[in-house]
Structure formats: structure tokens, C-alpha cells
Design a protein around this ligand. Structure first.
Ligand SMILES: O=C(O)/C=C/C(=O)CC(=O)CC(=O)O
Ligand SMILES: [Ca+2]
Ligand SMILES: [Mg+2]
Length: 408
């Protein structure tokens, strides 16, 4: 009998067989060979090699340098592959085949696991939208008249979505405070975070055919933590009247791990009660009963927790966002990624951006490393999250990490 196996996990390991997020890794001896992996405990299983060793019909789908072929394969394949993976890491008879294909996490490099097609970002937290409205538009109503009738969003820049661990170069741009006589150019002095959850589309849809609410699980493969880095000074000057542009397009960081929707069945929850009736394409009883996710996010700056935003407080659900995004006939592509919008809860320490936590720089945070209003060069931000899993377990999402480096 072998001594301690990496498959013998501690009771309650949040990366147990109930979780099994997907990623793409390479090893030091073959840095150019990217492989699909599945996280189990503190290890990554080489999914393609495991499928090959066990004669799985999914060997070709899994022996890939990216998650995209599996994303495109559709929901039946997603379910079958997950079942197979669960068996491979739990059935004792497979251990001899599987154990040599496990790589310790600290011995691999993780890559962006999918090719991002289109990137959209929503604005679904009532608390965030209310706070931002008060800060940016103090003379108007905090929420715009459309806010509770449709999930507001904008198209972002797919090519600048990067994997966790990638440094963030402080962006430069135009800014003009209301009191400045003219705009100035330079490195942003209000660099911020936005704690979000990203939803990853697998199955494409046809141009001209809206995706109904009930088809969410046919199209969305899984979710991932996302940090929508935002330069508030650039944003405040440029956004009228077309919305976010260069203040947000310089970089968006996502976790190296994609958690399949099936791992989060026990975390489904009802979104907040509706203040207005929804139009039929956004209204569905099942959605109102369990369209949300009970994900508890944590935001750390330089190792200190500065906020714990609750995803369960989001007004719009991911299925409503998908239905809205396609109701005009716009089609989905494999690899489309959409952000939930900044997650902020009702309490001050539940706000998912420094803009809100410091009220646009008015109230500095007192951190161990000194006061902070916005991010300074060298600061490192880490988003983590967990959700209730089956039978009292926890499902932890892969972290998203980024360090600010000086302007180029
Ligand atoms: O209200 C505005 O003018 C701007 C809002 C944002 O910065 C938010 C955004 O990116 C969407 C979100 O993350 O909720
Ligand atoms: Ca955002
Ligand atoms: Mg961004």
C-alpha cells in the first residue's frame, strides 16, 4: 500500500470531489505544453492523460490546451465528464492510474484556461449602483429610471482579460476634476478594484434567436471570480454619455479556475424581492426562487480583509442577464464571459470597490501598511469566495490575485 495519497483529503477540504474546478496548466519541464487540469485538494489532475489512461471516450475533448472544446461540447458532455472525473478521483481501483498524473499546485504554472470571445460587464448590485450614483451624480436620483426594469451592462474588452497573478500596470489617461480648468494626462491617481463574479458561456446560440431564462444552464458552463480593475478618475471624465471605456478596458483579471455550475447546486438562492413587475422575458417563478447564488466573497489588500461582499444580495440574476443580453437576437459564442457587476451588500464593510469603501477618497481605510484611499504601486489585491456545498461542505472558488506596478 502506498503511503499518504494526494487523493486522501482532509475532512471538509473545500477542493474535494464535490468541487472539481477546471484550469489549464503547464509544468517546468515542458513549459510550452498547456494541458487541461482539474483541481483536487492541493493537486492538479492532468485531465487528458487521465482520460487516456482510463480509456475514456472523452480523451480527445480533454487532451486540449484550452477549455474551449469542452465548453463547446454542451451540457450533456459537461455532466458526463464531471461524473467521470468524480469517479477517477474517488474510486480506489483508479488510484494506481490517477496518482502519477497529479501535480502539486506549487509545481505548475496556471494559464488563462479559455479564449475569451466577447466580454460584457453588468451592474446588478442595487447597493453598488446606489452608492456609485450618489458619488458620480449627486444632483440626480441614485438609481436611473431603467435600473429595476433591465440589467444594465456594457461591452468591455475581451483581449485584456488576464489570468490571476498577472501584474496590473497602472493605466494612464485623461482626467479632469470638476474644478480643473482643463483635462490633464498622466497615470491614474484613483486606481480601484471591483469584486465580481464572471459567468462563462459554453454552448453558442443562433443569431436572431433570444436565449430564454430557462435555458441558462444549457449555455453557461460555470463561474469564476473576476476583478474589474477601474481607474475612477479616467472613468469619471470619459463616461458621459456612452459609458465605461478606457477607465476599465486596460485589464480585467479572472481566476485560473472555472467552477462548474453543477458544483454550486446547493448554493442556489432567491434573489431579493422585486420592487416592480418584470417584463415576461425576465420573469420566471423558478428564477425568482433560486436564480441567485449564496457566494461569500472576501476582498484582501496586502493580506488584510477590507470587505466581504455577499453575492446573494445581487438584484439581477445571471440567467436574467443572459436573457437580456440576447433578447435583441444577439448570439452567444463559446468563450463569452459576462461579469455580474460589482458585488456590494447593504453594509459598509460589504462594499466591493474602494470608490464605495472610501466614498471616492473622502474616508481613507486604515490598513496595517498605512492609509489607503485608492491603490498604490506595489499593493496586491486578492479576491476569494466560498459557497455552501452538498452535505455541509464548502465549495471554494479559485482566487483572483493582482499586484499594481508603476505606469509604463
Ligand atoms: O454608474 C456609473 O456611472 C458607473 C458604474 C461602474 O463603474 C460600474 C461598473 O463597471 C459596473 C459594475 O461593476 O457594477
Ligand atoms: Ca464592473
Ligand atoms: Mg475591466
Amino acid at each position: 500500500m502506498s503511503e499518504h495519497s494526494p487523493l486522501d483529503l482532509a475532512e471538509g477540504d473545500p477542493f474535494g470531489p464535490h468541487n472539481l474546478p477546471y484550469g489549464v496548466f503547464s509544468t517546468a519541464d515542458e513549459p510550452g505544453r498547456r494541458r487541461l487540469g482539474v483541481r483536487i485538494g492541493g493537486h492538479v489532475l492532468d485531465a487528458g492523460a487521465a482520460a487516456h489512461a482510463l480509456g475514456s471516450p472523452y480523451a480527445t475533448l480533454l487532451a486540449q490546451p484550452s477549455l474551449n472544446p469542452l465548453l463547446a461540447a454542451g451540457r450533456t458532455a459537461w455532466r458526463d465528464v464531471r461524473r467521470a472525473l468524480t469517479a477517477w478521483v474517488t474510486v480506489p481501483a483508479h488510484r494506481a492510474d490517477i496518482e502519477p498524473l497529479l501535480h502539486p499546485l506549487d509545481a505548475v504554472t496556471l494559464h488563462l484556461p479559455y479564449e475569451v470571445a466577447d466580454y460584457v460587464d453588468f451592474y446588478a448590485s442595487e447597493h453598488h449602483a446606489t452608492n456609485v450614483g450618489r458619488i458620480f451624480r449627486p444632483d440626480g436620483d441614485a438609481l436611473t429610471p431603467n435600473w429595476k426594469h433591465l440589467p444594465i451592462g456594457y461591452h468591455g474588452r475581451a483581449g485584456t482579460v488576464v489570468v490571476s497573478g498577472t501584474d496590473v500596470v497602472r493605466p494612464s489617461g485623461q482626467r479632469k476634476a470638476p474644478t480643473d480648468p482643463a483635462p490633464v494626462f498622466g497615470p491614474s491617481i484613483k486606481l480601484d478594484i471591483e469584486a465580481e463574479v464572471g459567468f462563462l458561456v459554453g454552448t453558442p446560440s443562433e443569431l436572431g434567436k433570444p436565449v430564454p431564462l430557462a435555458d441558462f444552464r444549457e449555455h453557461v458552463f460555470g463561474l469564476t471570480l473576476l476583478n474589474d480593475w477601474s481607474a475612477r478618475d479616467i472613468q469619471a471624465w470619459e463616461y458621459v454619455p456612452l459609458g465605461p471605456f478606457l477607465g476599465k478596458s486596460f485589464q480585467t483579471s479572472v481566476s485560473a479556475w472555472v467552477t462548474p455550475l453543477e458544483a454550486l447546486d446547493a448554493a442556489r438562492t432567491a434573489p431579493p424581492a422585486r420592487d416592480f413587475p418584470l417584463l415576461p422575458y425576465l420573469d420566471d417563478a423558478a428564477e425568482e426562487e433560486q436564480g441567485g447564488f449564496d457566494l461569500r466573497i472576501s476582498v484582501e489588500i496586502n493580506g488584510e480583509v477590507v470587505a466581504e461582499p455577499p453575492f446573494s444580495s445581487m438584484y439581477w440574476t445571471a440567467a436574467q442577464q443572459l436573457a437580456h443580453m440576447t433578447v435583441n437576437g444577439a448570439s452567444l459564442r463559446t468563450g463569452d464571459l459576462y461579469g455580474s457587476g460589482t458585488v456590494s451588500g447593504p453594509e459598509v464593510d460589504q462594499r466591493g470597490s474602494l470608490l464605495e469603501l472610501t466614498w471616492n477618497g473622502r474616508d481613507a481605510l486604515e490598513l496595517a501598511g498605512g492609509k489607503r484611499t485608492f491603490l498604490e504601486d506595489g499593493d496586491e489585491v486578492v479576491l476569494t469566495a466560498w459557497a455552501p456545498g452538498p452535505d455541509g461542505t464548502r465549495v471554494t472558488l479559485g482566487e483572483v490575485r493582482g499586484r499594481i506596478v508603476p505606469s509604463a
